[in-house]
Design a protein around this ligand. Sequence first.
Ligand SMILES: C[S@@+](CC[C@H](N)C(=O)[O-])C[C@H]1O[C@@H](n2cnc3c(N)ncnc32)[C@H](O)[C@@H]1O
Length: 242
Amino acid sequence: MQNDNVNLQSSDEVSYDSLIRAKSLNENRENYYIKQLCSVIDDAIKRLGKTDLSVLEIGFNNGERLRALSEKYKDLKFTGLEVREKPVEKMKAQGFDCRLVDMEMFDEFFGAEEIFDVIYGFAVIHHMSDPYKSLESIVRLLKPGGTLIFIREGHPYDVVSHLHTTLTRNWQYEMNTFKMKPGQFKKLLREYSGDCYARYDNNGITPCFKRFNKVFCKLKLHRVPFWNGFTIFMIKDLIPAD
Ligand SMILES: C[S@@+](CC[C@H](N)C(=O)[O-])C[C@H]1O[C@@H](n2cnc3c(N)ncnc32)[C@H](O)[C@@H]1O
């Protein structure tokens, strides 16, 4: 009796509908993120009136987005940062400017001479020991008029992350996720720009399913942050605020 499922799972006849669905879900979700990023980059190109922008991704993981974006935007100069050696070596071997970083104050890593038009990251700020200080150091790496966007960052009302973090991860390590408050980010960003927001995202998955999303919005569930974390966005003022 106990092995019933093993037999079912290992059968060649089984069609893994759920896995197939999950694959398309991940693809849709990735496309959705890439679309968000492209709209930020397109806007920066238009606003700054040049196509050879410098773009930095922090925490690029396997480099999927760096690859997709550099394919689409041939004139842009992409740089990636990671704390893990293997993905850095892999990307370097493919000709990408990817660098191994061992700190969380990123301006110290680059020094004063290297600054960027666009800086982005996904689910990375919440890994910082002090997310606010790290973000501040990232703002210092931004050229005047440059754009910063961090998507899918953790927040205290994200029920799924909450459970995942408390049950399966090292609480101490992830504790800062729970301290991240959009209001504090907003306050920090306002020191540098009038054009910024830190806002809870709707569930990042629902827009991938049109019909579901319609019902979801109708029930106003998209206003309840329960999955996706928040987005931190800012355009650095050309003239720094006093
Ligand atoms: C949750 S993963 C997200 C990965 C990827 N951005 C994505 O959306 O799939 C966090 C990533 O940030 C990287 N990371 C963590 N701390 C970092 C740091 N101080 N500097 C650069 N990358 C860091 C991790 O190695 C990991 O690849």
